[in-house]
Design a binder for this molecule. Sequence first.
Ligand code: FO1
Length: 327
Amino acid sequence: MRVTVLSGGVGGARFTRGLLALLRERLPDGAGGTTADVTVVANTGDDLWLHGVRVCPDLDTLMYTLGGAVHEGQGWGRRDESTHVAADLAAYGLGWEWFTLGDLDLATHLARTELLRRGLPLSAVTARLAERWQPGVTLLPMTDDEVETHVVTDDGTIHFEEWWVRHRAAVPARGFVQAGVERATPAPGVLDALGSADVVVVPPSNPVVSVGTILGVPGVRDALRATTAPVVAVSPVVGGAPVRGMADACLAAIGVATDAAAVARHHGRRADGGVLDAWLVDDADAPTVPLLRADGWTVDAAPTLMTDVPATAAIAARALALVDRLP
Ligand code: FO1
């Protein structure tokens, strides 16, 4: 069974961990793994150059979370981290003191940068770094080309991470620019992962700057619309608010209401020219189920708070169960 996941952010990584736990239970390979072949296409729009190293937040959150090394409370960065180098860099007045690169995390960025400088594309670099962590999935950047999400504010255009971390998305975003996306191509394996999947899963990732960025890579949206695989997604909005992060600030910037039905309609059903087939909302949003069903959506309500891995596995099970209810 081939499963392809489009993931960004902490929510995407946590969901994928639960999905893998479910697949290991349902399709065990007898060695603690799963016979399912899971490919995760990661958002790379958050990527940036800092202190001369390439930082890939969403690839690293997936690699650390699935590799068992993530700082669980943060959902990003390494557990048992220290920040000696960051403190000393601050003493030089360099870098972003509000964006902490931990000492162990820096090793990842130094390794990545070394391999990039040797001429490896990001996809090959990612595969090489993942060998150490054994995430249990094929981890693919959405593209090997440098695409960065920049945020247009009244005081100028800044990198997404500055808007997200320094300003906590409190500065109004007038729009998002995926710098470089027009000349980007999907990374090797991405289109095949979509075309040959038995199911495509969209976790409760940020619909604008994670899912939207991945879909913005030329060719990806068309491949998603064309695949014979059903496409199921989990709402990142519960009861009118994002579960984590500041997706509401992103949705407001593009004029989409922060509610489960509005986000579904923003992505759209494939039958209507959109990219999804089925949508799982939280029990808190059960009232939207009949409304969406009336529009032809295959939709269900379930507990969707990813409180721990078993709870997340149960959410993944409910999302996959929607496949059986597709017309
Ligand atoms: N998030 C923060 O809130 N504060 C930080 O200092 C911070 C540093 C950081 C360093 C490396 C990295 O890969 C991620 C980091 N993040 C930090 C998280 C990051 O902003 C988010 O995980 C993603 O960009 C959201 O998808």
